[in-house]
Design a protein around this ligand. Structure first.
Ligand code: 13P
Length: 340
């Protein structure tokens, strides 16, 4: 493991003014997104859609790295150029999702555990050779109805640490993503308590598995109430509670925190990140690693039509720029009116 090189990549991933595009939807997940815009889920359509983002040069200046799905890292653009090369030419770092989805964990109150450790040591060097310099593994934690169980929590934290240990062995920066879901009726206190527990246990397991914190990026949820909670929270409350929770749990050796959007609206995800960076006073960089909150607008502008590509790229540029500004604490709601 070359820790200096890992640290350099991790720092580049969270460079102020830029953040990560999570374009690593599995074939089943991108189908849901395409269904919403009436696009057939074919290999060519997936390629055309992702290609339009990677070729949007103005937008990519706000993107430090792109998380890819296995299919995409091997895919070529319409003109034959590897998609990975388009990302590199745009000045961003290619990354790869290496987990293989969820499986119910027996006897654990409905908790799931993330699969994909088997064979990972064989897959990682191939991805690196193909250009990946970082990876992602997502653990999913449901905070509703007495969850998570202790079994679910330990199994997920341990798998994250095993994955991160393997990534560093192959000089790949691990994005460690323990996601506490925001789909349920959990209030903001429940999100806080569960996130705190998950982060404490995750960093304990990372320590046990000899993971160098200087060579990783954390991708957590923000502290928001579930979508079905009786009481929603203000931007100020989310920003303050998220900073407080992370300060209590995340060692300062970690170079940066890149949040998932998790189902927040585009503008909420931007406003929360902006407010946190405006408040400041924490030891890590804070930026975005959004999937939905970056792609919802361009997907709807594109709708699978070649004549809409420029419009989709403009929508992508707008969201990337807004979030780039949020990573500097310089976003204001008025700037949203400058949308294309
Ligand atoms: P969302 O921003 O849509 O939550 O996706 C980010 C991600 O990569 C989840 O694993």
């Amino acid at each position: 493991m070359n820790l200096d090189a890992l640290n350099k990549i991790a720092n580049a991933m969270v460079e102020p003014g830029r953040g990560i595009l999570a374009a690593d939807e599995s074939t089943a997940t991108i189908k849901k997104r395409f269904d919403a815009i009436g696009v057939e889920n074919t290999e060519d359509n997936r390629r055309d859609y992702r290609e339009l983002m990677f070729r949007a040069k103005d937008a990519m200046q706000y993107v430090s790295g792109v998380i890819l799905y296995d299919e995409t890292i091997w895919q070529k653009a319409k003109d034959g150029a590897p998609l990975v090369k388009l990302i590199e030419q745009a000045g961003a770092i290619p990354g790869i999702k290496v987990d293989e989805g969820l499986r119910a964990l027996a006897g654990a109150r409905g908790d799931f555990v993330t699969c994909g450790l088997d064979g990972l040591a064989t897959r990682l060097p191939k991805y690196r050779e193909q250009g990946a310099r970082f990876a992602k593994w997502r653990a999913v934690i449901d905070p509703t109805h007495g969850r998570p169980s202790y079994a679910g929590l330990i199994a997920n934290a341990h798998a994250l640490a095993r994955y991160a240990n393997l990534c560093q062995e192959f000089d790949i920066v691990p994005i460690v993503e323990p996601e506490v879901l925001m789909d349920g009726d959990n209030d903001i206190d429940a999100t806080y308590a569960v996130t705190e527990w998950v982060l404490k246990e995750t960093f304990q397991q990372l320590y046990y598995l000899n993971v160098a914190l200087e060579g990783m990026v954390l991708k957590p949820n923000m502290i928001v109430p579930g979508k079905k909670a009786a009481k929603q929270a203000s931007v100020e409350e989310v920003a303050e509670r998220t900073i407080k929770c992370l300060k209590a749990c995340v060692p300062s050796a970690v170079p940066g925190i890149a949040y998932l959007s998790g189902g927040q609206s585009d503008e909420e995800a931007t406003a929360h990140l902006a407010r946190m960076n405006e408040i400041g006073g924490f030891p890590w960089k804070m930026t975005f690693s959004y999937g939905r909150a970056l792609q919802h607008a361009p997907q709807h502008a594109w709708a699978g039509k070649v004549e809409n590509v420029a419009k989709a790229q403009a929508a992508f540029l707008h969201r990337a720029r807004m979030n780039g500004l949020a990573s500097l604490g310089k976003w204001k709601p008025d700037l949203e009116k400058q949308a294309a």
